[in-house]
Design a protein around this ligand. Sequence first.
Ligand code: OXD
Length: 298
Amino acid sequence: MQPWKEALLAIDPHLDIDIWPDVKDRNRVTFAVCWNHLHGVLEHYPNLNAVLSLGAGADHLLNDTSIPETVKLGRIVTPGLKEEIADYVLHAVLSYRRNGPAYVIQAGEGRWKPHTVIPKAQCTVGVLGMGEMGRSIARTLIKNGYNVSGWSNSEKDEKHMKTYAGREQLFEFLSHTHILVCALPLTAQTEGILNLELFKQLQSPAYLINVGRGAHLIEEDLIYALDIGLLSGACLDVFEQEPLPESHVFWGRSNIMITPHVASVTPLNEASAFIADDYKRVLSGIDMKLPVNRSLSY
Ligand code: OXD
């Protein structure tokens, strides 16, 4: 965390910052910034007002029931974070359409064999989750000439694309989708949403990109869907267990692209300005920039 401390002090040299576990005086701590912290470490900070997630997701904060309900929760989304996730998804879509993984294998084998490009027209992309990240993904794909639709819990009005909302419109949304991108927050309602029943509703064969959370996906359903040809491949950045264990069945399958939770990494400079700003907002009793709603779980 040292570079974060330095970046914050460059913005405001008067900030008083400790890096856990070297906390000089628990009573003085009013604001914490965390990413995948050990549950329980935020207990016994009597003056803690707010905790900020060092990323777009706040599930790691919401899952820690030892954080008192009175403590405000917030998350960070910056322009760079949104741009990177959109680029990651665009890359995954292009790599699928242009047979990227097959050419990597062929390069290793010294084999010259052309494959057919999957036309854009046969690649309607459906984005599950139209929050900050989902909207950025959708806009980038639209700019690149893709037909995109979006689904979210509540209605969203977004230009140049059809949007669907609520469970009652989920199957209709899926029935037009060739490439499904999961950018949902992890909640009790979305856990396990990427399952066989859902895969069956997609255009076949479909392709899955998961940049949400590992727990959105029922892993054995993905393997089954790939084996019976319901899905032709998947690009996964997030997993139930991270790092993905060495013995996991996903490794070594040419139709699963695996990246180690790097789709979008919170950019230090942009995020430090965000943190300093949120810290001052909380200090002045103003809402955090992106407050987490505990009852919605995002
Ligand atoms: C995030 C992430 O939530 O990187 O920002 O997963």
